[in-house]
Design a protein around this ligand. Structure first.
Ligand code: NAI
Ligand code: 0TF
Length: 259
């Protein structure tokens, strides 16, 4: 898994507010309303215990503090435990946590201790960014391009197929592209003869993954990928409506999915 660095999380509140404004502009709804529509579950100020984890590459500076800011932004009551790992888990439960958030280098989970529901960040991120993409008010058709069909992109593509979108896909890994074609009915993007899209969902850990030839003017690009899939120059040239944010949108999707 590509790991966050503290720099990605700088000014997380500002990044979240800006993403929320951008989501409202392109969909007419804020992120909370989209989560409510997607999962049908309004939060009731659930207490969220955030447990720092030291295993593997260890604690990422400001990861837990960012999660606390995110939970609060979306109306949950988040607290970070003083202790990490097992001692932190014990502390969170003893202090009344109803939902646990914790991540090692491979898995970032939300676990609702009251109803037993558990969520993984990767599918929840794919689904919410795909859902935002599907709500683009200025889309010219139900055609969507998905670039990156890995642990985030595949569930996002599946969500779009399930919603009745015609999903075109591309992944640099042929095995993953074939899996999406055979399991989801994704149409492979013909790079020799590219088509333009007004809705694009991207989930790769690479920059410059969207060929200029697929961008229609004023198209929407919904992407959790870090670094960003498109250069600022290209974004401006085609007036691309960009939705991107490093942690909060995927996290709130996890939280709503376990309510
Ligand atoms: P993954 O490794 O499972 O999938 C990435 C896919 O992108 C791979 O299948 C790879 O073959 C493909 N790919 C790489 N370069 C490509 C290119 N130039 N063109 C087409 N396909 C290309 O990774 P995962 O877990 O799906 O994560 C994707 C990105 O999303 C990462 O940058 C990760 O850090 C980010 N992420 C962001 C979150 C957020 O909240 N903003 C949450 C979770 C992940
Ligand atoms: O960096 C990641 C994921 C996060 C997905 C959301 N963008 N790419 N995972 C590693 C998190 C490790 C956290 C660490 N153990 C801590 O500070 O507790």
């Amino acid at each position: 898994m590509a790991l966050l660095i503290p720099d990605d999380l700088r000014n997380i509140n500002k990044q979240l507010q800006e993403a929320d404004v951008a989501v409202q502009k392109v969909t007419g709804l804020d992120i909370k309303s989209i989560c409510k529509a997607l999962y049908g579950t309004p939060p009731l100020s659930e207490k969220v215990g955030i447990v720092p984890v030291t295993s593997g590459n260890g604690i990422i500076g400001s990861f837990s503090a960012s999660l606390q800011a995110i939970t609060q932004y979306f109306g949950f009551e988040g607290f970070v435990t003083d202790m990490p790992d097992v001692s932190g888990y014990y502390e969170a439960v003893r202090n009344g946590a109803e939902i646990i958030l914790m991540a090692d280098d491979h898995t970032f989970l939300a676990h609702n201790l009251k109803n037993g529901k558990i969520a993984n960040n990767q599918p929840c991120t794919g689904i919410i960014y795909a859902e935002i993409a599907s709500r683009y008010l200025k889309a010219d058709s139900k055609d969507v391009l998905v670039v990156g069909l890995g642990k985030v992109g595949f569930p996002g593509a599946a969500h779009l197929v399930q919603k009745g979108y015609r999903v075109y896909g591309y992944d640099a890994d042929e095995v993953l592209l074939k899996r999406a074609i055979s399991n989801l009915g994704v149409i492979p993007l013909d790079l020799e003869n590219p088509k333009q899209f007004s809705i694009i969902f991207e989930a790769t850990p690479c920059a410059n993954t969207i060929p200029e030839t697929v961008l229609s003017e004023n198209c929407m690009l919904s992407t959790p990928g870090i670094p960003c899939a498109i250069s600022e120059e290209l974004r401006k040239k085609h007036n691309v409506q960009l939705i991107t944010e490093p942690l909060g949108i995927g996290t709130v999707s996890m939280l709503y999915s376990v309510l």
